[in-house]
Design a protein. Structure first.
Length: 400
């Protein structure tokens, strides 16, 4: 049985061209790029090329790119650097729907004397910019807000946010792990001070990422040691990963325009057909301002875990939330922040596409989903009893 992979917001297939680019750096070219000899020095040139490729995807200068191990490291490095650069300021602003790589850092910082404002979102997952404006003060050191939500695909008005942040003199960090390679970015004209990306979201290997740091922004490194990355991130460079990230960035930029159109078309066909064929379901998030590859659909009166297990029997991979929190039985913190009713909250599924997604794969999901939902609802004692369903879910949550 072939796999139909629609969980690309969790991770992506490594592009064969990326694998090909990496292989020589796992075998023949194994030197240390910091070495003085030619054998190591030639790797330094390859790393510089990869840095230029990543910069091109972000619309940045190559000197503004710092290679990291992943998005989580990038988020941690950016947040802590911003605070270290402004020790007199003790206030942070973020949102209730951030990735754990940001939320959990902010929660830890609260135990260290920082005050954190967690901005709310509305039913469509969007922010109220007036709430942001009211939260900004002269004591605000950092505003850290994701570009696009990993669960719903909702895109925030980042440039408008950044304009307001800069007027108050705070540093603006953006977790763009889900946005890079899916929508056009241009740091040269942006209000963003620091931006995080991760390789495994754009068909590069796991274990490599990058942090954009605008020239002139004061930056104190998270990892202390050698002189690598112009002193901004110590540790011997992950050369194969860096080469892979560079090649992946080059390919994403090359395919970006056609991928946006194609993934939008496939996503909309999947979404609209399921909504037409299956009663009592709805799209979660902003249906106009969102990533082209993402749809999050809530199927009422059934559990998302049961849907995923049923899809898995057909070789279909999807998600009920962030892969970084899927070990928890708790409902998605993103969907809860949006105020979704229990009837939808527990049965929400995310389908996330990529440039490898085919028409036939979408057709297969459309074929099997109505039967899965109908069968699961038939097994539910609350299929026609919304009040009973709500009471059962409340009792379940109370005992967790």
């Amino acid at each position: 049985m072939s796999v139909i992979y629609l969980d690309n917001n969790a991770t992506t297939k490594v592009d064969p061209a990326v694998v090909e680019a990496i292989m020589p750096y796992l075998t023949d070219y194994y030197g240390n790029p910091s070495s003085m000899h030619t054998f190591g020095g030639q790797l330094g040139k390859a790393v510089r090329t990869a840095r230029e490729q990543v910069a091109a995807l972000l619309g940045a200068d190559e000197s503004e790119i710092v290679f990291t191990s992943c998005g989580t490291e990038g988020d941690n490095a950016a947040i802590r650097a911003a605070l270290l650069a402004q020790p007199e300021k003790r206030h942070i602003i973020t949102t209730q729907v951030e990735h754990p790589a940001v939320l959990n850092v902010c929660k830890q910082l609260e135990t260290q004397g920082y005050t954190v404002t967690y901005l709310s979102v509305n039913r469509h997952g969007q922010l109220d910019l007036d709430e942001l404006e009211a939260a900004l003060t002269g004591n605000t050191a950092l505003v850290t807000i994701m570009y696009a939500n990993n669960e719903t695909g909702t895109i925030f008005p980042i440039e408008e946010i950044g304009k307001r942040v800069k007027e108050r003199g705070a540093i603006f960090h953006v977790d763009a792990v889900q946005a890079v390679g899916k929508i056009p970015l241009n740091m040269k004209t942006s209000t963003i001070d620091m931006l995080t990306m991760s390789g495994h979201k754009i068909h590069a290997p796991k274990g490599i990422g990058a942090l954009y740091v605008r020239r002139g922004v004061r930056f104190r490194p998270l990892l202390i040691g050698g002189h690598q990355e112009r002193g901004r991130r110590a540790g011997t460079e992950n050369v194969p990963g860096i080469i892979g990230l560079g090649k992946a960035a080059e390919l994403e930029l090359q395919h970006l325009e056609t991928a946006i159109k194609r993934e939008t078309r496939l996503r909309d066909r999947l979404e609209q057909t399921l909504l037409a064929k299956i009663p009592d379901c709805e799209v979660n998030g902003d249906i106009t301002q969102r990533l082209p590859n993402t749809t999050n659909i809530g199927f009422k009166y059934i559990e998302g875990e049961a849907i995923l297990l049923s899809l898995n029997k057909y070789g279909i991979c999807a998600s009920s939330g962030s892969a970084c929190t899927s070990g928890s039985l708790e409902p998605s913190h993103v969907l809860r922040a949006m105020g979704l009713p229990y009837t939808t909250l527990h049965g929400s599924i995310r389908f996330s596409l990529c440039r490898y997604t085919t028409e036939a794969q979408i057709d297969r999901v459309i074929e099997v989903m109505p039967e899965i939902v109908e069968r699961l609802r038939a097994l539910s004692p609350f299929k026609n009893d919304e009040a009973g369903w709500l009471q059962a879910q409340e009792q379940t949550l109370a005992h967790r």
